[in-house]
Design a protein around this ligand. Structure first.
Ligand code: AMP
Length: 283
């Protein structure tokens, strides 16, 4: 497994791979890998001749008062997991290499970037769209894999890739959860044991709404209320948003159907967690 830290070397390597006719699969991450990332890597291993894992804590997708400075990192452990998953290249540039002095370009996916996480984290998806465009240009992947854990991010990237004819096949992968239901996230490492228990209210709300939907409830307001009640019962939880929206357009829904997305962001102490489900999907 090769570790590449400069944009120039990664571009040169990608050019050679392409020249040899080899396909490239890319899994972009911010590191501190867990089983959710590993599921993307294993699928990426199947889909490309060369599997590239990028690890880059992208400063431009963090808001001023967010956790950029304390985002968890463990390069040694990440490399061990990457090796186990069959990664060929770990691309881990530094911020100066990605955003040299004078950098001033941004990619914006207009409407899909606005609601949900876009409303509480202004500019976040511009930062995501910009860095993913750069990673696509640097790594030249044929296929790139993203998790449905970040549902809106996946929607933004699909739209951007189609709109800009980037020519990368986007693969979305299901949410990987802990045994008790908590969606895996690098940010779960911020939680104290008590907060870790409180955090279960997110996946409990997802499960509850799915149950009610399966039992025939179609009124989005009623489904939303049930989830809100469940989270309100957890004193440590402060809701950022909890909404039912169309899974494709992210527009609000009054009547739920199989394509309806339930998406929520909840603060547990200082830690902001997200979860979601598409009501018609198998869990
Ligand atoms: P991150 O390192 O948090 O930026 O995530 C990198 C990629 O892994 C993104 O495409 C995420 O959606 C995906 N990912 C993170 N957590 C999970 C999870 N629990 N299940 C599936 N994919 C995940």
């Amino acid at each position: 497994m090769k570790i590449i830290t400069t944009v120039a070397e990664m571009q040169q390597t990608a050019r050679s791979l392409k020249h040899e006719g080899r396909t490239i699969a890319l899994v972009p991450t911010m590191g501190f890998l867990h089983e959710g990332h590993a599921s993307l890597l294993r699928e990426g291993r199947r889909r490309g001749d060369c599997l590239v894992l990028s690890i880059f804590v992208n400063p431009i997708q963090f808001g001023r008062n967010e956790d950029l400075g304390r985002y968890p990192r463990d390069m040694e452990r990440d490399c061990r997991i990457a090796r186990e998953c069959g990664v060929d290249i770990v691309f881990t540039p530094d911020a100066g290499g990605m955003y040299p002095n004078g950098f001033q370009t941004s990619v914006r996916v207009a409407d899909l970037s606005l609601p949900l996480c876009g409303a509480s984290r202004p500019g976040h998806f511009d930062g995501v769209a910009t860095v993913v465009t750069k990673l696509f240009n640097i790594v030249q992947p044929d296929v790139a894999l993203f998790g449905a854990k970040d549902y809106q991010q996946l929607a933004v990237i699909r739209r951007m890739t189609a709109d800009l004819n980037l020519g990368v096949a986007i693969v979305g992968m299901p949410i990987v959860r802990e045994a008790d239901g908590l969606a895996m996230s690098s940010r779960n490492s911020y939680l104290s044991p008590a907060e870790r228990r409180s955090a279960l209210c997110l996946s409990a709300a997802v499960r509850r709404v799915r149950e009610l939907y399966r039992a025939g409830e179609r009124d989005a307001a009623a489904l939303r209320r049930a989830a809100l009640e469940l989270i309100a019962a957890e004193p440590a939880a402060v809701i950022d948003y909890l909404e039912l929206r169309d899974g494709a357009t992210l527009e609000p829904k009054a009547t739920a159907d199989d394509a309806t997305l339930l998406a929520l962001a909840v603060k547990i102490g200082a830690t902001r967690l997200i979860d979601n489900t598409v009501l018609g999907d198998t869990p």
